[in-house]
Design a protein around this ligand. Structure first.
Ligand code: COA
Length: 126
């Protein structure tokens, strides 16, 4: 699934959000997410607002139990943004990066439904 994110006031294109069709692995219903936000909108709250809508849909409507996501470890923006959203680091593994032409470390994160519910209740979003 893919969504286009638009700014509510200007209608400008803010970015794109992807959520993979859920699959089952080791008895858990899992999805994977990714997003690309236009630079002028970084750190403006739009990414977090989009995350809230997408995660509510994934956990409540699609009955997903875990959302998995990953980023190269030099992608500070992505890693911090995920950590701020509640993702927990589960693995760091080397993988060939075609853009850099060498192996780099990739950080793998998981956001569980329980953790998302807890954090949403604490921030008043639940
Ligand atoms: C990754 C990306 C989506 C992050 O979007 P963003 O809007 O800048 O990030 P967020 O607003 O979600 O950040 C949330 C919090 O994370 C932390 N954070 C984010 N970037 C940070 C940075 N560079 N340094 C320190 N903390 C950071 C902050 O606490 C921030 O909250 P604040 O702005 O209130 O201080 C955006 O940079 C992007 O689209 N990058 C290109 C594509 C990409 O790498 N996508 C991810 C992999 S698919």
């Amino acid at each position: 699934m893919a969504w286009c994110i638009r700014d509510g006031l200007s209608g400008s294109l803010v970015g794109t959000y992807w959520l993979a069709a859920p699959y089952t692995s080791e008895g858990k219903r899992i999805s994977v997410d990714a997003q690309r936000i236009a630079k002028p909108f970084w750190r403006t709250g739009r990414t977090m607002a989009a995350r809230r809508l997408v995660y509510r849909y994934a956990f409540e409507d699609l009955a997903v139990e875990e959302i998995h996501a990953s980023a190269w470890d030099h992608n500070v923006n992505s890693c911090r943004s995920m950590e701020r959203a509640g993702f927990e680091l589960v693995e760091v593994a080397a993988r060939f990066n075609p853009k850099h032409g060498k192996e780099l470390n990739e950080r793998h994160y998981v956001l569980t439904r329980e953790r998302w519910c807890r954090l949403s209740q604490r921030s008043g979003d639940g």
